[in-house]
Design a protein around this ligand. Structure first.
Ligand code: BTN
Length: 273
């Protein structure tokens, strides 16, 4: 049964993004303020085992980013959501979920800003042609034996946050869909498109269809000279590929290394549509 719950009546009405027949977003829980939507989605998985439930917040008091960072967003202008999933995916294929979520986010955002190119910075940041970040993903998974028993796909998109209103340290490296579109972007329609795209991506993975080829085509890190912070080390080199398990392949002055996780600190993008 489709389900929509919002704790406060004056919130944006997200109910048109609820789709009874779609696995992702057949139920949407909206919070005016919450600690982190990822934590709430995890709770839902534990409490009710809901598969495909979505949690949205207008504001997070403890929004988390990758690598222990904070995710900042003013209330009511952006899209912050987490999807609670029980995917039929082997633990060894968990990396595909990150790539697929990034591709779905890109597809949904591109449709909001006709004419602007957006690419994926490894592992899963959505960036503009001049390298400004528009969206980030935080995936948290639980493994039981050889299977992924649960996954939380956390997505934060800068939608209607104007650069002039961002703190200076964020404005230096970030932008928003509204800046790129030159107009306000409909957050409910964006959510609906995102859940459609993500629903397809998850189904593909469960059917054994890897997102890797499409991810490589969208990844702007490949071909760039980069500095990567990984496992307490800083590695400088040329990004040459994403390998068959989603790792970034770097050619350094002395060797070829594959990094399963890390932070690309610097990329000179040359994005082409
Ligand atoms: C990153 O780029 O470092 C990842 C940012 C992920 C932010 C989203 S907002 C919704 C969800 N809840 C969180 O606490 N984090 C993710």
């Amino acid at each position: 049964m489709p389900h929509y719950s919002a704790a406060v009546a004056h919130l944006t009405d997200w109910s048109s993004a609820v789709r009874a027949r779609r696995r992702l977003g057949h139920t949407i829980e909206v919070h005016e303020t919450i600690g982190s939507t990822n934590d709430r989605a995890r709770e839902l998985l534990i409490e009710s085992g809901v598969d495909g439930g979505v949690v949205i917040a207008e504001e997070q008091s403890a929004g988390r980013g990758r690598r222990g960072r904070t995710w900042l967003s003013p209330p009511g202008v952006n899209l912050m959501l987490s999807v609670a999933l029980q995917p039929a995916v082997l633990a060894r294929d968990a990396w595909q979920l990150g790539l697929a979520t990034a591709l779905a986010t890109r597809a949904a955002c591109v449709a909001s800003i006709e004419g602007s190119a957006l690419g994926l910075k490894w592992p899963n940041d959505l960036v503009t042609s001049d390298g400004r970040k528009v969206a980030g993903l935080l995936l948290e998974t639980e493994v039981t034996g050889e299977r992924l028993s649960a996954a939380v796909l956390g997505i934060g998109i800068n939608v209607n946050w104007r650069r002039g209103e961002m703190p200076p340290d964020i404005a230096t490296d970030a932008t928003s869909l509204a800046e790129l579109a030159g107009a306000e972007v409909d957050r409910v329609a964006l959510l609906d498109r995102l859940l459609d795209a993500l629903d397809d991506e998850v189904t593909h993975i469960e059917q054994g269809r890897s997102p890797l080829r499409r991810y490589r085509a969208a990844c702007v890190t490949i071909g760039q000279e980069v500095t990567v912070h990984a496992a307490g080390e800083t590695i400088v080199g040329r990004a040459v590929d994403i390998d068959d398990v989603g790792s970034l392949v770097l050619e350094t002055a002395t060797s070829r290394v594959a990094l399963a996780t890390g932070e690309v600190a610097f990329v000179r993008t040359g994005l082409q549509e």
